[in-house]
Design a protein around this ligand. Structure first.
Ligand SMILES: [Mg+2]
Length: 292
């Protein structure tokens, strides 16, 4: 086994231990508590001090071990850091994917961590805290749920998507597929595709930290990931289809009605203008709709 491979296995193993032992307990202990909530881009885009605390804990712990590595963290970006995915080893972190769920105690809340080198994802970890489900995948080595291999094999289409901060893409598949679900966390939504619980996930408007880890989990489980226009997946484009097969993914790509969406790695000032204009046309709600 090459030194490069050993290095990445070591990083993966340490990351499992890292957040299962510490950051998860912070999230779970806060889950039932009253939270102080602040709005970010819209009433459906929330942040709590737990989001910020967990991200700081993760970054400081990883930085102690790997001081040269770079980071793209949701809350760091919200605080003004640029989104720059370079060839350097980079950790892409969403400390709590599903903050609206977290605030409402809706039990789908995940930590999402991806590790990239040369802009390619080497491994991804999604931990659904309340469910106690640990999804992970390493490039070329398969995807796993709580240590058991995942293999997607579903023939009837259950589709997961989101109807929160950005809802304009929801209608296109509702009438076409067998059923639609929305769990409130893109990371866990995509992991449902990896498990075979859902056939497909699609969304426009999520961010790279929402899906970076779950993308490799879907791919290593045997699924397909592409842009919503059917082209090659681009982590910064904020558009994704993840599906159990190319046929399902292409079928969704044919009916998704795309709309303008600023890339994650555009300048922060430009993103801010865009967010303000999106806020003006969106019709967000602060309520969590229990559709299941
Ligand atoms: Mg988050």
């Amino acid at each position: 086994m090459s030194r490069r491979r050993l290095y990445r296995l070591s990083v993966t193993s340490q990351t499992h231990t890292l957040f299962v032992a510490h950051e998860t307990s912070v999230i779970l202990s806060a889950f039932q508590q009253q939270k102080e909530v602040r709005l970010k881009s819209s009433p459906a885009d929330l942040v709590t001090e737990t989001d910020q605390q967990v991200e700081k804990m993760l970054i400081s712990a990883i930085r102690r071990k790997y001081p040269q590595h770079r980071f793209i963290g949701e809350e760091s970006v919200a605080a003004g850091e640029a989104v720059e995915l370079t060839d350097s080893p980079t950790w892409i972190i969403d400390p709590i994917d599903g903050t609206v769920n977290f605030v409402h105690r809706f039990p789908f809340v995940a930590v999402s961590i991806a590790f990239t080198v040369n802009k390619q994802t080497e491994f991804g970890i999604v931990y659904s805290c309340v469910e106690d489900k640990l999804f992970h995948a390493q490039r070329g080595r398969g995807a796993y749920l709580n240590g058991k291999p995942l293999c997607s094999d579903i023939h009837r289409c259950v589709v997961v998507t989101e109807i929160g901060a950005e809802s304009r893409s929801i209608t296109c598949c509702v009438l076409l597929c067998y059923s639609v679900r929305a769990l409130g966390t893109a990371a866990v939504d995509m992991c449902q595709v990896a498990t075979g619980g859902a056939d497909a996930y699609y969304h426009i408007g999520m961010h790279c930290w929402d899906i970076a880890a779950s993308t490799i989990i879907v791919l290593e489980a045997g699924g397909v990931v592409m842009d919503t226009d059917g082209s090659e997946f681009d982590m910064m484009s904020r558009k994704v289809i993840a599906a159990s097969s190319s046929a399902v993914a292409n079928g969704i790509a044919q009916v998704v009605q795309a709309f303008p969406c600023r890339r994650d790695n555009e300048a922060a000032s430009k993103r801010k203008c865009d967010t303000q204009s999106e806020r003006a046309v969106a019709q967000p709600t602060a309520c969590v709709l229990h559709e299941l």
